[in-house]
Design a binder for this molecule. Structure first.
Ligand code: TRP
Ligand code: ZN
Length: 930
């Protein structure tokens, strides 16, 4: 029993604890996965009351707590309750069991409120805090955007609202009451169902929302504002009537149909594919302009960045339409994978994100073209995730430690995480995967679980051992797969020998082999048709899944040989079909002739594209070597001369691309991607000490050569795919495919820099009837120096002055442009009235856009680095998450030549040394330097 005496003894003890761990930003604390322990108390019910005001907002939180510490050994006192908080919130009062606590009865620091001597058993805790949402530029917790109140709590934003156990394994039911001025904030939204609403004195009104499903606090949300709404009815397959509502600013109501349609398709798809139905009568989406990320899956109240909701043919491109469909799906799918079954701790983030990305990828593949979607995703994975995984920020999809969780919403956790989920699907097949999902929900609905629980459900449901797949969760880095082959004509056998190794990374010196499913086919000569041969594997003992002529080898050791029987003649192997594992594959002795054969004949569309990429990659690396040899000038002409002297673009490559362009059976989107060269990021990976502007020149040389030699085909495709006059815009796979190939051809032609082509592009910008075509033509012009560029940009600005989402494109095109000497223009844009530094989308378009330019960000005089360094520090004083994303532009510094390394490093050192730096930026910058 606690006595008055032990009460006074307890508090100094906590203080010493706090002194050992000073919450000072100059010594940020790391959190480790191995330190996970359940909380000493749990919260079963939360009652929140918000008095929303212009000056201050008052939040009263009433919590129902239970002990979770089990039985205590004799003589030990009950553990203290440490609630998370943030330094900008003001604590007004604390009461335990109805008794107000005095200031000597709790300990308050910048980051926590600690209360000792709590009663035995269950108890009520009331915490009152005061906030100033209008000053919250972090956009975490409660803040204002375009005059409306909204929230963002993932990952740890709820502690910016009230003191709380801000961790996902604390799951409670929530009741939210909010009151505000009725004229200024007519719409009041919360999680779950509306229970009550009404008028109050002084022009105020209130609403009470109740969410019956227990959830972690990161899924809490509230919106209060002046918003217009569009509604659609949906009936689930078991007959539940659901109202789907999208809320936007008044003038944008005409731009929500595509998002609503996407939501309906997502809901139907999840029922059809996984048997998963929506579980409430209401599903709301709110669009806000100021948002750090894409969108957020708060229970029944998704909040979206407005660029992922609003679309019209005149303001959004095909890419925007497709992203909206994918993200609306993604957030909706979280209702089961993330909300009903959530994460035990933030180290498990990929449990919900990897799985939900996989689900949205499958959804998009089913709605549009499966091979096109797969190629797009792999392009992204290779150019962003492989780069991340080869650098100082490399981490496993389930990280071991972090300083700020926000920094681990990465392409590794999301996209590589989705690839790991795809491994189960490839190994178990669609039916096996579905069985695993069913068991996962059966076991874990309503709980906060781990990646191991997911793996166990997949393994148990299918009665298989997946232990080597588990290593994908703990090892960082991209595995290297090496394949060699030999054919023995007398015995008609064909052998594939596979080897794997994963390079060391931060904190991981040696790695174990991982389970790599190798999906493959063997192409026979077949009179030049290259049909798949039937596969017969020697000793087929479960290590191969028989899918007719496409098999899946289960490769999980350092080295293994697979022998195929009854192979009538030496085949051309088509390996890693559909990119069946996120690895870098080298095929020993793979000749140009074999790649040309695969590009022309592979039955797997992904591997047709891949063969073209491999050809281009070899060529670009050869030409880059020639361009660097012997020093020499880096201007376009000098680089072109050296590339030409080295043989230029071989006829065979030009002919292969010509065949692709002329192939009537191929889809336009596929063609557009097939003639697209690998990105600079992808190539720099194999070019230690690489020079990004030089590589850009080499790429442009190849593009120009192809454009010059394929000009008739390119012009014919433009003509064949142009709209008929008056043709309306449709977002269908077929219409997108036509625009994709047409605009790719125009981009290639524009590289020729001929006056008639430039004039034609200017005309196309003026006459375009949809944003896809308009921005494509403008994008070509922005790469060229000359009066057309300025004319087109000025006219575009005038036309779209009042369309903030379109102005993001205008900013982004200029920032990313490789027109030489563009740094000064970009500096000018920061001062332009169209640019708002407190808005994340503006910063992403301008600063991250600039960071993508190989020529200007990497300008030899260091001016691009200096500009970015200044911008990081300026933005960090406003929004830490945005600044952390910007500082990531410097993370790859070790990839470049020594002069650039020194300049980038100097910027990182300057940033790390800056006063008042956020933990977010500190973590990325300091780890980049290690
Ligand atoms: N869970 C969100 C998603 O669907 C990610 C997210 C939205 C987020 N806003 C955030 C993550 C802010 C961190 C901080 O992927
Ligand atoms: Zn997500």
């Amino acid at each position: 029993m606690a006595t008055a005496a032990t009460e006074t003894e307890e508090i100094p003890e906590i203080q010493t604890e706090e002194h050992k761990l000073p919450p000072h930003p100059s010594a940020p604390q790391q959190k480790f996965r191995k330190d996970y322990a359940p909380p000493p108390y749990t919260i079963s019910a939360v009652h929140l009351d918000f008095k929303l005001g212009e000056d201050t907002t008052l939040v009263t939180s009433r919590l129902h707590l239970q002990p979770n510490y089990g039985s205590l050994p004799e003589g030990t006192s009950r553990p203290a309750l440490q609630l998370d908080g943030r330094k900008d919130i003001v604590l007004v009062s604390v009461a335990v069991g109805g008794q107000q606590l005095g200031q000597d009865q709790y300990l308050l620091t910048e980051k926590a409120l600690t209360i000792a001597n709590l009663p035995e058993g269950e108890f009520e805790l009331e915490v009152v805090t005061q906030l100033r949402p209008q000053d919250n530029s972090l956009l975490e917790g409660l803040y204002k955007s375009s005059g409306n109140f909204c929230t963002q709590c993932e990952a740890e934003g709820f502690r910016g609202i009230t003191y709380f156990l801000d961790r996902p394994d604390v799951m409670a039911t929530y009741t939210t009451r909010m009151e505000a001025d009725e004229a200024a904030y007519p719409v009041l939204l919360g999680n779950g169902n509306l229970k009550e609403s009404g008028k109050l004195e002084g022009g105020r009104h209130y609403a009470v929302w109740e969410d019956p499903y227990p959830k972690p606090c990161y899924l809490f949300a509230l919106v209060a504002g002046k918003l217009a709404m569009k509604e659609r009815a949906f009936t689930t397959r078991s007959g539940r009537q659901v109202a789907l509502r999208i809320f936007v600013q008044e003038g944008n109501l005409g731009k929500v149909d595509h998002a609503l349609d996407s939501l309906v398709r997502s809901m139907r798809w999840d029922e059809d594919t996984f048997g998963l139905e929506y579980d409430l009568d209401l599903f709301n989406i709110v669009a806000v302009d100021d948002f750090n990320m894409g969108a957020m899956e708060n229970k029944s109240l998704n909040i979206f960045n407005s660029r992922l909701v609003l679309a019209s043919p005149q303001t959004a491109t095909d890419l925007d339409y497709s992203r909206i469909e994918g993200v609306v799906g993604h957030e909706y799918f979280h209702n089961w994978t993330g909300n009903r079954v959530t994460c035990r701790d933030w180290f498990q983030l990929t449990l919900k994100e990897g799985l939900t990305v996989f689900r949205d990828q499958e959804f998009t593949a089913d709605m549009n073209s499966r091979p096109v979607k797969r190629i797009e995703d792999v392009m992204m994975l290779r150019s962003s995730q492989f780069t991340e995984d080869a650098g100082p920020m490399s981490h496993p999809i389930r990280p071991e430690s972090y300083i700020k969780m926000d920094n681990f919403y990465t392409v590794t956790v999301y996209e590589k995480g989705a690839e790991v989920v795809r491994l189960y699907d490839t190994l178990l097949g669609k039916e096996g995967f579905r069985k695993g999902m069913d068991l996962y929900f059966q076991r874990h609905d309503g709980h906060a679980v781990t990646c191991d629980d997911f793996l166990a459900a997949m393994a148990d449901a299918n009665g298989v051992n997946l232990d080597t797949l588990g290593r994908w969760y703990s090892q960082s880095g991209t595995p290297h797969l090496h394949v060699s082959s030999s054919y023995d004509a007398p015995s008609r056998t064909y052998r594939l020998t596979c080897k794997q190794h994963t390079p060391p990374g931060p904190g991981q010196d040696s790695k174990l082999p991982v389970l790599i499913p190798i999906k493959l086919g063997l192409l026979g000569p077949d009179g030049g048709l290259g049909s798949d041969m039937p596969l017969r594997l020697q000793g087929a003992d479960g290590s191969v899944t028989d899918l007719g002529s496409t098999g899946v080898l289960r490769f999980e050791t350092t080295e293994a040989t697979f022998t195929f029987l009854d192979v009538p003649s030496e085949p051309v192997p088509s390996l890693l079909r559909g990119f069946s594992a996120p690895v870098k594959m080298e095929v020993e002795g793979q000749s140009e002739a074999q790649l040309l054969f695969l590009l022309a004949h592979d039955s797997d569309p992904f591997n047709r594209w891949e063969a073209g990429q491999r050809l281009s990659r070899k060529l670009l690396l050869q030409l880059y070597a020639a361009a660097t040899a012997g020093g020499g000038a880096h201007n376009a002409q000098a680089v072109a001369d050296r590339c030409t002297a080295a043989g230029g673009v071989p006829d065979a490559v030009v002919e292969a691309f010509r065949a692709v362009l002329e192939d009537e059976t191929l889809d336009g989107s596929f063609k557009a991607m097939a003639v697209c060269l690998p990105t600079g990021n992808e190539l720099l990976d194999s070019l230690p000490g690489g020079d990004p502007p030089l590589l850009h020149q080499v790429r442009m040389f190849v593009v120009r050569q192809l454009a010059a030699r394929l000009r008739p085909q390119l012009e014919a495709l433009v003509k064949a795919n142009d709209d008929e006059p008056g043709e309306p815009y449709h977002f269908t796979a077929a219409a997108c495919a036509r625009r994709a190939i047409k605009n790719r051809c125009l981009a290639m032609l524009s590289s020729l820099e001929e006056p008639e082509i430039t004039a034609m592009l200017l005309r196309r910008v003026k006459e375009a009837t949809n944003m896809t075509d308009e921005i494509a033509a403008l994008g070509c012009l922005v790469e060229l120096a000359g009066p057309e560029r300025d004319t087109a940009l000025a006219a575009f600005y005038d036309k779209y002055r009042s369309e903030p989402l379109v102005l993001l494109k205008w900013l982004g095109l200029q920032a990313t442009s490789n027109a030489p000497g563009n740094v000064s223009l970009v500096k000018g844009l920061v001062e332009h009235p169209a640019f708002n530094i407190t808005n994340p989308n503006n910063c992403y378009s301008l600063f991250l856009g600039f960071g993508r330019s190989p020529v200007n960000f990497h300008a030899a005089d260091g001016s691009g680095y200096e500009f970015m360094g200044d911008a990081v520090l300026r933005v960090d004083s406003i929004n830490h998450q945005v600044a952390a994303r910007m500082v990531s532009c410097f993370t790859t510094w070790r990839q470049y030549d020594s002069e650039r390394q020194a300049m980038m490093r100097a910027q990182l050192e300057r940033i790390v040394a800056a006063n008042g730096l956020s933990e977010n930026v500190f973590e990325i910058a300091s780890k980049s330097l290690k």
